[in-house]
Write a protein that binds this ligand. Structure first.
Ligand code: MEV
Length: 306
């Protein structure tokens, strides 16, 4: 018996951090950057796990993989499976800790894979609930945006605990995603913003402002107003910077983009490193932006049609 399952990576167009406080966010799954999971029966005792970070028995996974270990064992247990004689292989081309939802994507693919291996039906609600097991261990109290996006085939409008809608996007615009090569620190960034929000009403207002910008973005997306969308991205980035979650290399890439025909640019995901996203008007500009950002130090770039 052998099965395969997959999950997308993600980027947040607008609404990171404010989404934790119940504000709306818009995020896109990236279908070309994925996690793939293969599960097969084996003769070995225990569960053999193979990935770019760890190969060995699930039981012996180190503390940094506690989220994934717990998720695998709990899911198999829930399905009354035998936690032995299995090989689970995880292949991923999602850079880790760059705000691209690598942990959520791994978890989504694993849950899909385990349910499929045991031939059990899996609703989307159950999938998200199950993925929360590892996401909570890894990130503390995540909004659920990453797993909702990684498990979607279309862009989504998300509000913690209430709204999960897909959005049909067809804009005359492209996004260039550029990796700073610096590991983002989602947990630290979320805590940092939390400390700021509870200590100063001005920062609470900044969170509301991010929510307003997300609402404006939704309107402009539906009207194909890309110039306005770019301005909204710039404003969102300025707020995220004020909240303390940017990074000098993020700033360098954003300034470079702004000097080279960007319609808008911002960090994406938790910040403190990770990736930036740059809005441009057409594919040709996206390609030259991608080269410019690589020359400015980006370690990888991707182009995504909006
Ligand atoms: C920073 C954050 O808003 C997005 C991380 O990709 C955290 C969360 O939503 O849980």
């Amino acid at each position: 018996m052998e099965i395969s399952a997959s999950s997308n990576s993600k980027i947040i167009l607008i609404g990171e951090h404010s989404v934790v406080y119940g504000q709306p966010a818009i995020a896109l799954p990236l279908k070309n950057i994925q996690t793939k999971v293969h599960i097969k029966s084996s003769q070995e005792s225990g569960i053999l796990f193979r990935s770019r970070y760890y190969t060995g028995n699930v039981d012996q996974m180190t503390a940094n993989l506690l989220g994934i270990k717990t998720l695998i064992l709990k899911t198999i247990d829930e399905l009354n499976g035998n936690p032995s004689n299995l090989t689970i292989t995880v292949d991923s081309n999602i850079p880790a800790e760059r705000g691209m939802g690598s942990s959520a994507s791994t978890a989504v693919a694993l849950v899909r894979g385990i349910f499929s291996f045991y031939q059990k039906p899996l609703s989307h609600t159950k999938l998200l609930k199950q993925v929360a097991i590892s996401e909570k261990i890894i990130h503390g109290s995540p909004s659920g945006l990453d797993s909702a996006t990684a498990s979607s085939s279309l862009p989504i409008l998300f509000k913690k605990g209430t709204t999960l809608e897909t959005i049909e996007m067809n804009l005359d615009a492209y996004l260039v995603i550029a990796d700073t090569g610096i590991k983002g620190k989602t947990g630290t960034a979320v805590q940092l913003v939390h400390d700021k929000v509870i200590s100063d009403a001005h920062n609470e207002k900044l969170i509301e402002d991010l929510g307003d910008l997300a609402q404006q973005a939704i309107k402009n997306l539906s009207l194909n107003r890309v110039v306005e969308l770019g301005q909204i991205m710039d404003q969102a980035h300025a707020i995220l910077k004020e909240l303390g979650v940017s990074h000098p290399t993020v700033e360098h890439l954003i300034e470079t983009a702004q000097q080279n025909n960007a319609l808008g640019a911002k960090l994406t995901g938790g910040g403190l490193g990770g990736c930036v996203i740059v809005l441009v008007k057409d594919h040709q500009t996206a390609e030259s932006m991608s080269n410019t950002l690589t020359d400015a130090g980006a370690t990888s770039t991707w182009i995504e049609k909006l």
